[in-house]
Design a protein around this ligand. Structure first.
Ligand code: FEO
Length: 401
């Protein structure tokens, strides 16, 4: 036995040859508290084919896993389904080591890979096009803006394996390679977080993709994404598809999210009275203090929320940096949250709350109300906070049956 990394067989001729990143906690702003995997797949067809690469720094792990099955120099083709550097960053070194006959990507993938790494002689494949691997066939389907312009799926026809790049993935490092080895609740929570932080903005494209896949008539036995476990139980995968349908429909539930930071606990006290008011109406409330919740946590909780209420102290004539950070992040993801409120404490100038209001209006929310407190909230302000919670709670109930 060698001490080298091994491949894991996922279907008759396909092996997982990716890398596990237990350490990563920052993924372009997304707090990946469970780490991630960079999945790549080796198809042992007549034309030996590698699907996707890994992040730069993990090339040797991939090459060792390949070597546990076949000499890496025997790889004939490399297919890049997605050019984001967590999958393509290792490609220049992998291509140098493997010297494949050809590298394939979508038309936009060719441009993106060239922009990142210079001309690597990549061949463009057509949407709906096929590539013969001898005794196997790969079929390509462009999935533009899911979630980059270059993104595409590859489908191994004879074994009904879908290589879905980022779609249906999750940032979840584990020694388990298959969904069947992981509890459903873990799969659900990590899929939800991933969808909220990576896919939300492209929800209309998800809806379009469902139509495209249905029209294609493709059926799946294995779905192999570029992050997290391989879906080998199609009942589990059907549940994830159902979740993607629901999340991409932008339906919200009877839920409110309170997001705030606090300087000397005054804004925190206001948050708790708003929470109390919301609770009295029977809606579900999630409170996210930004000294312990990340911007990714906020995005995850926002996905199905019908209201967001944001609080900040005024610091140096501005809203708090952590609040500006969270607002910038959720504004970019374009959550369609119908109702909002703003609150916060100030000492002398009080610009924080109006700045929040401007952000929330920009996000298209109806601003139901706002409450400000000079220094600490007195009884009058506490009642106003409670009443704001009640008003928003009633609006949620009247909107969501
Ligand atoms: Fe996993 Fe869009 O990269």
């Amino acid at each position: 036995m060698s001490g080298k990394f091994k491949a894991v067989k996922i279907s008759e001729s396909v092996y997982w040859v990716g890398a596990i990143d237990w350490a990563v906690r920052y993924f372009h702003g997304y707090s990946t508290k469970n780490g991630t995997t960079y999945n790549a797949y080796l198809i042992m067809a007549d034309k030996v084919t590698l699907i996707d690469g890994v992040k730069h720094g993990f090339e040797n792990e991939l090459l060792e896993r390949v070597a546990s099955v076949i000499d890496p120099e025997k790889i004939d083709y490399v297919v890049s389904n997605h050019s984001e550097p967590d999958h393509s960053g290792g490609l220049p070194e992998i291509i140098k080591a493997v010297r494949p006959e050809k590298v394939f990507a979508s038309k936009n993938g060719v441009k993106a890979l060239s922009a990142h790494f210079g001309d690597m002689g990549v061949t463009a494949v057509d949407d709906g096009g096929e590539l013969s691997l001898g005794n196997r066939t790969l079929k390509f389907m462009e999935t533009r803006m899911l979630h980059w312009p270059d993104s595409m799926f590859s489908y191994l026809v004879e074994e009904q394996v879908l290589f879905s790049q980022d779609a249906f993935g999750m940032h979840y490092a584990s020694s388990e390679r298959f969904d069947t080895e992981i509890p459903w609740q873990t799969l659900f929570e990590n899929s939800l977080e991933y969808y909220a932080n990576i896919i939300t903005l492209y929800s209309s494209f998800v809806q379009g993709l469902f139509k495209k896949v249905k029209t294609s008539g493709l059926t799946f036995k294995v779905v192999a994404p570029d992050h997290g476990p391989v879906w080998s139980d199609m009942d589990n995968f059907a549940k994830v598809l159902g979740l993607y349908e629901r999340w991409s429909s932008r339906k919200t539930s009877r839920k409110a999210v309170i997001v705030y930071d606090t300087m000397w606990h005054a804004t925190e006290a206001m948050a708790r009275h708003i929470e109390d008011g919301l609770n009295s109406t029977g809606v579900s409330v999630k409170v996210l203090p930004l000294q312990s919740a990340s911007r990714s946590d906020v995005a995850t909780e926002m996905l199905e929320a019908t209201a967001v209420i944001v609080g900040t102290p005024t610091l140096n004539n501005n809203l708090f940096p952590s609040v500006a950070d969270a607002l910038t992040y959720i504004k970019g993801l374009k959550f369609q949250t119908p109702f909002a409120g703003a609150f916060g404490s100030f000492g002398w100038s009080g610009e924080g709350v109006p700045q929040i209001r401007a952000y929330l209006a920009d996000m298209g929310c109806e601003i139901v109300g706002e409450v400000s407190a000079k220094y600490a909230p007195d009884e009058v302000v506490k009642v106003k906070c409670f009443e704001l919670g009640v008003e928003i709670g009633r609006k949620i109930i009247n909107t969501i049956n």
